[in-house]
Design a protein around this ligand. Sequence first.
Ligand code: FES
Length: 91
Amino acid sequence: MEDNNQILFICLGPRCRKNNSESFIKPLEKILNTKIDSDICEEKIKLKSSLCMGQCKDGPNIKVNEKIYNRVNKDVLKKVLSIMKSKILAK
Ligand code: FES
């Protein structure tokens, strides 16, 4: 079966954790109505934890569709979610 869900990876490697990447988990779980690393996602966006993405000095980092977003904050998260949602609506 084809999986049309998009995946937002949060880096939980040691350096990104030090830069508070874990603080993204709760708000994203709430917005997306899912749990990190769960396969159940009503909004068609899965939330996954990731090991180090190899760009520690620019963290905290997230990754969507092979693109890594650096220095993530609330505004970056909002922008990325809006891009992901527009892709879902375009399907
Ligand atoms: S710990 Fe996140 S990129 Fe290395």
